[in-house]
Write a protein that binds this ligand. Structure first.
Ligand SMILES: [Zn+2]
Length: 365
């Protein structure tokens, strides 16, 4: 924002794509590792560890980026570890001005300490509930829903979908698949998606990040996704035709047209997209990100962190970087928040309330 304008942190924001195991505080990892006797990859305390995550996540490809999660998930194998991480995750969202957050994570990766799938979901929910109550006492109202994730490379999709539906009255508001994308199509989890469709349970799918249009097609057809995790490579289906002296025209392929016209939200995460190489076809800098093209064309773009620890980021930071890259003003930032509110997996009344809260917050700024 221009100097003298409102701080982005103070504006009401919505976070749709934020991994629980990518948002730990480095100091918490140090303490939890100490409790369970887990050897960290780097000594020297929280600062050194924080830097290690950012450096190692800066790999240029998704599989290497994902290796840093071995460390975070290692300290999230107990009820108390999961609850603490979830509690702090929500406090950190609130400190960044987030008023609605959707936190995704994969229960199947948290069973090594002997917890059942249901117990992991309950532990995370207890941390979320405690944080919401603490924040309410401090005068900050926030809503948070869990998105339960199945890992693409594993074969527990159906079980995880059942788990998500089982907890739909107790905090779980959506389903996702994540992990290595190329070579692991959404169609592998078709039985899970069929169950979710029969249960009318909302789905988002990581797609169009480390793989292209075929993966997005799978997310839409097999996954019946209402949102795309990143989805940035939808831009491969958009042709910008520059004609001399004439207006530039844009041609959308059928997938790009479907995603725009049906308002399938794109959960874009600018810095993460740079780190994983998701936008390598367009360039290496934030200015090269197709974010602005997609926004100008009317896509339901939303701004997300993906992994706050690995990208050393927050929604406010992502918005500040986009503002610098594309010269956005307060109205643009408000549009991204209203997009996210509209795309959230909350019931309509709650989404309307959220939109009102965002509008009031931006108008007061
Ligand atoms: Zn993600």
């Amino acid at each position: 924002m221009p100097d003298g304008g409102p701080s982005i942190v103070s504006l009401p924001k919505v976070s749709l794509h934020d991994h629980l195991d990518g948002g730990l505080r480095p100091q918490t990892i140090v303490e939890l590792a100490d409790e369970i006797g887990y050897e960290l990859p780097v000594q020297g305390g929280a600062d050194a560890l924080g830097r290690w995550f950012v450096e190692n996540a800066d790999s240029g490809n998704l599989p290497d980026y994902l290796k840093t999660f071995d460390v975070t998930t290692a300290v999230m194998q107990t009820e108390s570890g999961l609850a603490r991480v979830a509690h702090e995750f929500v406090l950190d969202l609130a400190a960044d001005g987030v008023v609605h957050g959707e936190v995704r994570w994969a229960p199947e990766q948290h069973l090594r300490g002997g917890l059942s799938l249901d117990e992991t979901v309950e532990a995370v929910q207890s941390g979320i509930d405690a944080a919401i109550a603490q924040l309410a006492d401090e005068g900050h109202e926030i809503s948070v829903g869990q998105l339960v994730t199945a890992m693409r490379h594993a074969d527990r999709g159906l079980e995880i979908a059942q788990l998500a539906v089982r907890h739909r009255e107790s905090g779980v508001i959506g389903f996702d698949i994540a992990g290595a994308e190329a070579g692991f199509p959404a169609g592998n989890h078709r039985p899970a998606f069929d169950l979710l469709a029969r249960e009318f349970f909302p789905v988002t799918v990581h797609a169009g990040e480390a793989d292209g249009l075929d993966s997005i097609r799978g997310a839409l057809i097999d996954g019946r996704a209402l949102r795309l995790g990143h989805g940035v490579r939808i831009a491969e289906d958009i042709r910008v035709v520059e004609s001399k002296g004439e207006q530039t025209t844009v041609e959308l392929g059928p997938i790009a047209a479907w995603v725009r016209d049906r308002e399938i939200a794109l959960e874009l995460s600018p810095q993460s997209n740079l780190q994983t190489g998701a936008i390598a076809a367009w360039g290496r800098d934030l200015d090269d990100h197709p974010f602005d093209l997609l926004y100008q064309l009317g896509y339901r773009v939303t701004v997300n962190t993906d992994n706050r620890l690995m990208s050393d980021t927050s929604i406010s930071k992502e918005l500040a970087l986009l503002t610098q890259a594309f010269d956005y003003d307060l109205g643009d930032l408000q549009a991204f928040q209203l997009n996210a509110a509209a795309a959230s997996f909350l019931p309509l009344e709650d989404r309307d309330d959220l939109a009102d809260r965002i509008t009031a917050g931006f108008e007061a700024a």
